[in-house]
Design a protein around this ligand. Structure first.
Ligand code: EPZ
Length: 421
């Protein structure tokens, strides 16, 4: 298992190119199932989660190749509509093959995804949406078995849950609805840019989706979809992570290939904290010169503050001049990073769905344990800002969602050494 050895404190200065979005790439790769033939995807990041989905698609019968950055996904033959536990347990986002498989093959057997470090990951709303479209669904040996003899039928479906909308639940139902007979209206749909990108790609394939980017998606079912070439959007969470990297180190980073309109809630909080974000023609320049000011943050579905940047912001607020309150409304257990940051002399106290962040003067290097992908990124940022050598264990978590993160940060002055233990 790899570890990161990080020397700090370092003030980051330089330019970072943002990669394509992991969370747009995963459902869009699954959407290729709906369009027999070869779909070409551009800008897909080199991440272990993407490799896992490639493996899953190949088990279904697809041929998946990467030709110098472009993915070629040939789904002419999908003859094994089964998503196996030994793959799904590694990457629960693989659940997004469910909708496309039922729509194309009339049946699917997909392992119930396990939980993960950020807590319980139910799929009840996914199954509710598929049943509303007419699929018969039951559980057998930990697998979801879904059938739809005679195909799916459009319907008005409410997809809201106790924590608001569901991103992959919307993706699954939206993809299935494109080939359903009649019209589907998805109420309380997720509005994340990754869903917008998926819907735009589906429309390019011949789907008829309107209301894109809104919580009400209307889908006129069609009889077939055709393969396309599509470039996935930039990764807003990677961009937000590097914005915080500039803020926590008091540096200056120019981020290229990022869209500020996807990060308005993040920019709002950063500016409150004393981090300046100036738009440029292809991204932004992020600087912090004064002290870090405290701020209260609550995670919400898009366009609210993203849960995927909660840990990173907490690392920075740990160094603020005063107290902040961070409340996690999407994944209430998503606080594995709290104990690790406290090992680095942060002063964090969990109170139910919130963490009270009492700012301290400095963080002190320590060996820490990565847990979920974003908590791990937070520990890397803390290590760059802390005094001494921080060792981050289980770096494979980071490789799931960040392309060459140590290379990008080292090019801006960080001192991160990857060691294979
Ligand atoms: C997507 O996960 C992202 N992953 C997550 O990013 C992100 O944190 C999350 O959306 C929220 O924005 C991908 O896109 C691959 P949800 P998803 O369904 O779709 C509850 C990362 O770090 N819920 O929007 O699985 C659920 O428990 C990852 O890149 C149900 O109750 O998340 C949660 O509390 C981590 N029933 C809330 O909804 C369901 O059937 C939002 O989850 C589905 C979800």
């Amino acid at each position: 298992m790899d570890t990161f050895h990080i020397e700090g404190p370092v003030r980051l200065e330089g330019t970072i190119d943002i990669s394509g979005s992991k969370n747009a790439s995963l459902p869009i790769m699954a959407a290729a199932i709906l369009a027999p033939g070869t779909t070409i995807l551009r800008g897909v990041p080199r991440l272990s989660d993407i490799s896992v989905l490639k493996q899953l698609l190949e088990r279904l019968g697809a041929k998946v190749d990467r030709d110098n950055g472009d993915w070629q996904i040939d789904t002419s033959r999908i003859d094994n509509p089964v998503g196996e536990y030994e793959i799904l347990r590694k990457m629960r986002a693989g659940i997004c093959i469910l909708g496309p498989l039922v729509a194309r093959c009339g049946r699917a057997e997909v392992s119930m995804p396990g939980g993960c470090a950020i807590g319980d990951r139910p799929v009840d709303i996914h199954l509710h949406g598929m049943r509303e479209l007419g699929a018969k669904i039951y559980l057998e040996n930990g697998n979801i078995v879904a059938t739809a003899e005679g195909g799916l039928r459009g319907k008005r479906i409410f997809l809201g849950g106790p924590f608001g909308s569901t991103v992959l639940g919307t993706a699954n139902v939206l993809m299935a609805a494109t080939l359903a007979k009649g019209t589907t209206v998805i109420e309380s749909a997720a509005c994340e840019p990754e869903i917008e990108d998926l819907a735009n790609c589906l429309n390019a394939m011949g789907a008829k989706i309107s209301g894109i980017g809104s919580p009400r998606l209307t889908v006129e079912g069609v009889t077939s979809l055709r393969p396309v070439e599509h470039r996935v959007i930039e990764d807003r969470i990677e961009a937000g992570t590097f914005m915080v990297a500039a803020g926590i180190t008091g540096g200056r980073l120019r981020l290229r290939n990022c869209r500020l309109e996807h990060l308005l809630a993040v920019v709002d909080r950063l500016e409150r904290i004393g981090v300046t974000v100036e738009a440029t023609e292809d991204g932004c320049v992020v600087t912090r010169t004064g002290r870090i000011k405290p701020a209260d943050v609550t995670t919400q579905p898009y366009p609210g503050f993203p849960t995927d940047l909660q840990a990173q912001l907490m690392a920075m607020l740990a160094l603020a001049d005063g107290n902040s309150v961070i409340t996690e409304k999407i994944f209430p257990d998503r606080f594995m990073h709290v104990a690790e940051l406290n090992r680095m002399a942060a002063n964090l106290r969990k109170e139910g769905p919130s963490v009270i962040v009492a700012g301290v003067q400095r963080l002190i290097a320590a060996p820490v344990m990565a847990s979920d992908l974003r908590a791990s990124a937070a520990l890397v940022l803390a290590g760059i800002a802390a005094r001494g050598k921080t060792i981050v264990n289980r770096v494979y978590h980071i490789d799931r969602g960040y392309e060459r993160i140590e290379e990008k940060l080292n090019a801006a002055g960080a001192k991160i050494l990857r060691k294979s233990e």
